[in-house]
Ligand binder design. Structure first.
Ligand code: PMP
Length: 349
């Protein structure tokens, strides 16, 4: 090793789901929305004044921040935006987990959490989910440097009741508690009503799933003014211009079309209910999903083999290697047509 190499920060990066570029594939591997963004978003995109692209964007994304404040009934200074919720979560780790005590998150959860902990050199511990893949609030009642809970959890798809999440928040007044609600619009219970009671609660959301805008990279957080101010201070110390002009504009436009938003959610939830039943009829065990994906295992067939067989037929789902979950496949809910094709191929297999 060269001397200079010793000074390189060594990290094992997060591996995002594959983004295959094949034609006529069925992509059910990264929990995107199968429906296009709202016509209001398309219109806003077409009306973008491209001459303005020569200028820097608004560093505080005011248009989007204010639209979110109105939509969620928050006051000024209670919303923060970022380049997808990964950016928001990463900054939140850097901002709030600044102690020698371990940050706590479940052993089976969004696999980016341990990666941020490592890159920022934050100690962490992972209380195991119970045998049914549920979070036990009691595990979070010990000394810690902060808590992160994805609710509904990923990749399990399971939602935690609000009173249990509140138990965790109430028991931890001395640290910041982050609730990652990436999938909450599909049927989870949100902690938003608790925001006014807990100044140390940060809720993180994304446009990538329920708002059909994964490609625009829009995420946001809601919390007390002090938390949001702290996030802004750190963000301004790393990169002033995170959100690009178009994402700011389209993110705001998306909030103006509640009817379309709700109709896409309803379709996905309807498809999820039907596909779960169909899969169960074919020998799959499906965890109870509050998300836009199903976490399933088959009574007899190996998940690894099913994953490969599906891929060979251009159907992409997600298979994780972790010890507790290697028997499972995570299947995003696509359109009815896509899901019918999946079921047809599973029948062949
Ligand atoms: N949180 C969870 C639980 C997720 O599954 C994802 C998607 N991979 C994210 C956050 C990040 O999503 P994005 O950066 O697209 O907002």
């Amino acid at each position: 090793m060269n001397k200079w190499e010793e000074n390189i920060r060594k990290v094992e990066p997060y591996i995002p789901g594959e983004q295959p570029q094949e034609k006529d594939m069925i992509k059910l591997n990264t929990n995107e929305n199968p429906y296009p963004p709202s016509p209001k978003v398309v219109e806003a995109h077409q009306n973008m004044d491209t001459d303005r692209f020569a200028l820097y964007p608004d560093p505080s994304s005011s248009e989007l921040v204010q639209a979110l404040e109105r939509y969620y009934g928050r006051e000024s200074g209670q919303v923060f935006t970022g380049v997808g919720s990964d950016d928001v979560l990463s900054l939140a780790f850097l901002t709030f987990f600044n102690s020698d005590k371990p940050v706590l998150f479940p052993d089976v959860t969004y696999s980016f959490y341990p990666v941020w902990a490592k890159v920022y050199q934050i100690p962490y511990e992972c209380p195991p989910l119970d045998e049914d893949f549920r979070i036990r609030p009691g595990d979070y009642m010990r000394e810690n440097g902060g808590i992160v809970i994805a609710n509904p959890n990923a990749p399990t798809s399971i939602g935690m009741p609000l009173r249990q999440v509140e138990e965790i928040i109430r028991g931890n007044p001395d640290v910041v508690v982050i609730i990652d609600e990436a999938y909450v619009d599909f049927g989870g219970e949100t902690v938003l009503p608790l925001l006014d009671r807990y100044e140390n609660l940060l809720v993180v959301r994304t446009y990538s799933k329920s708002r059909s805008l994964a490609g625009m990279r829009i995420g946001f957080a809601m919390g007390s003014r002090r938390l949001i101010q702290a996030l802004n201070d750190v963000k301004e110390s790393v990169n002033s211009y995170t959100m690009n002009m178009e994402s700011i504009r389209l993110g705001a436009a998306s909030l103006e079309d509640e009817e379309y938003f709700q109709s896409c959610l309803d379709r996905i939830v309807g498809t999820r209910t039907r596909v779960k039943r169909e899969l169960e009829g074919r020998g799959f065990i499906c965890l109870d999903s509050c998300t836009n994906f199903l976490f399933v295992r088959h009574e007899r067939k190996s998940a690894g083999i099913l994953f490969e067989e599906l891929q060979r037929r251009k159907i992409f789902v997600r298979h994780f290697g972790g010890e507790r979950i290697r028997d499972y496949l995570r299947i995003t809910i696509g359109t009815d047509q896509q899901m019918d094709r999946l079921l047809e191929v599973l029948d062949e297999l």
